[in-house]
Design a protein around this ligand. Structure first.
Ligand SMILES: NC(=O)c1ccc[n+]([C@@H]2O[C@H](COP(=O)([O-])OP(=O)(O)OC[C@H]3O[C@@H](n4cnc5c(N)ncnc54)[C@H](O)[C@@H]3O)[C@@H](O)[C@H]2O)c1
Length: 432
């Protein structure tokens, strides 16, 4: 099928390349000409495991084209809108400016009878507003809302084998084309055909639940700090109950990235607009718990360092999570930046995210070499859970640092082997 993807970021580029790999003819439109040139040249503007290889394959088959010209979508049957919906500056709510502009541009040139599909994460009520605009324009186009659940770091598998498809529309018959399209992409994925509000809410409710689990265990970590309990054992012991589950109960420096934080804030803002502030009040608390995890990590580092001025802190990790180069609202980078602001000599290393981190926080020290980052460190901060760091040999690392003290911000290091090698371990919610 001829389809188009508008917005070639983490979501759009992944969706477009994966759909092209299944034999669809895909036109990708983005206003960022540099990004488009890069993609057309076979290079990804971000890191995602397995996606570069797939881009090379589909590039050779010529089933995908990249352009800055929205008019190029004029032969597509489906247009996927994959625009960013970041937190608006100085507000909790989402900034829908680029989505609104791209929607207007799309309906202007989309051919009669085609389907416009919103994939961006939006405040509930957005699709209904856009559908009303579509009706006013008197174009014979259909709008569907189809939220996306891919996880950065697993985006290719999540796109090619999604665990569910959610399609929202004004009426069920409007979803026929997109539903058939996804049956061919993912025959085994259960489909949920809903109204607009449900489709929009499935996405934000899922993210709110995940944020809640992480912040819940970090609240327990605060309690553990005061009472002497061990939050990791606590998580193991409550998570074994399958009504609770162990996933997303990793206590530590909390969640970040381009989705969870801004999505729960946008949900809160929308709830306020709807007079439902009380219903989602708990999310405000969980946002604060999440932010506090970062300040607790800084406080722990300062307790160990004393006066941080001139002390070297080696930071392992800049990305908000492993297998990604995304540093949007990264807890690791924020902690590193705060320590540097307080006078520490911070050197950050990361297998993939150094370039993005340098653009975002240019004043920090950076090193591609783990050894150079660690050399002479007074304190090591393990902040992003890359396997490279979990697999470090504590005896070897001890040879290059000044003081064998490590903060495990993700509670994943093998405590016994580090301790046996003579390290002092620090963590949130655990006395090690
Ligand atoms: N990143 C994820 O893992 C993920 C997962 C699920 C859902 N989402 C949601 O998907 C949406 C997109 O997220 P993202 O991370 O891909 O954002 P992004 O910022 O990486 O990508 C957005 C892209 O849109 C382009 N753009 C802006 N205005 C445009 C216009 N008028 N026409 C064409 N292109 C335009 C930008 O240049 C950019 O490349 C958000 O709503 C996000 O919450 C993201």
């Amino acid at each position: 099928m001829k389809i188009s993807v508008i917005g070639a970021g983490y979501l759009g580029a992944t969706h477009a390349i994966c759909m092209a790999s299944l034999g669809h003819e895909v036109v990708v439109v983005d206003i960022d000409s540099e990004k488009i040139a890069q993609l057309a040249g076979g290079a990804l503007p971000f890191f995602e495991p397995g996606l570069t290889e797939l881009l090379k394959k589909v590039g050779e088959s010529k089933s995908i084209t990249f352009t800055t010209e929205i008019a190029a979508i004029s032969e597509s049957a489906i247009h996927f809108l994959c625009l960013g919906t970041p937190q608006a500056s100085g507000q909790l709510g989402a900034d829908l400016t680029t989505l609104n502009k791209a929607f207007a541009a799309t309906i202007d040139v989309a051919p009669e009878g085609s389907v416009v599909v919103g994939k961006s994460t939006v405040p509930v009520g957005t699709a209904e507003r856009l559908a009303a605009e579509l009706q006013e324009s008197q174009k014979s186009l259909t709008l569907n809302w189809n939220p996306e659940f891919l996880r950065e770091g697993h985006a290719v598998a999540d796109t090619l084998e999604p665990n569910r498809i959610v399609i929202g529309a004004n009426q069920e018959s409007d979803t026929a084309l997109l539903s058939d399209f996804y049956r061919s992409v993912a025959p085994n994925a259960p489909q949920f055909i809903t109204n607009f509000a449900t489709a929009e809410l499935v996405k934000v409710a899922a993210n709110a639940f995940l944020a809640t689990k992480i912040s819940f265990i970090n609240a327990m970590s605060e309690v553990a700090d005061v009472t002497g309990a061990d939050v990791s054992l606590l998580a193991d012991a409550i998570g074994i109950d399958d009504r609770i589950g162990r996933k997303f109960l990793g206590a530590g420096i909390g969640f970040g990235g381009g989705c969870l934080p801004k999505d729960i804030r946008a949900f809160l803002a929308r709830a306020d607009e709807l007079g439902l502030g009380d219903s989602l009040q708990f999310l405000r608390e969980f946002d604060l718990i999440n932010q506090r995890a970062r300040t607790r990590a800084v406080a722990l580092a300062l307790k160990e360092l004393g006066d941080p001025r001139g002390k070297k802190v080696a930071v392992l990790g800049a990305a908000f999570k492993p297998e990604s180069d995304d540093v949007r609202d990264s807890p690791a980078l924020e902690i590193a930046e705060t320590l540097a602001t307080l006078g520490a000599n911070v050197v950050v290393t990361d297998p993939r995210a150094l370039e993005n981190a340098q653009v975002k926080v240019p004043d920090l020290g950076y090193s591609e070499s783990i050894t150079e980052a660690l050399r002479g460190a007074d304190l090591v901060m393990h902040l992003t859970e890359w396997s490279e760091y979990r697999e470090l040999d504590p005896l070897e690392v001890k040879k290059v640092v000044k003081n064998p003290i490590i903060f495990d911000g993700r509670n994943v290091l093998d405590v016994e082997s580090w301790r046996k090698a003579g390290w002092k371990l620090l963590a949130l919610g655990r006395t090690l």
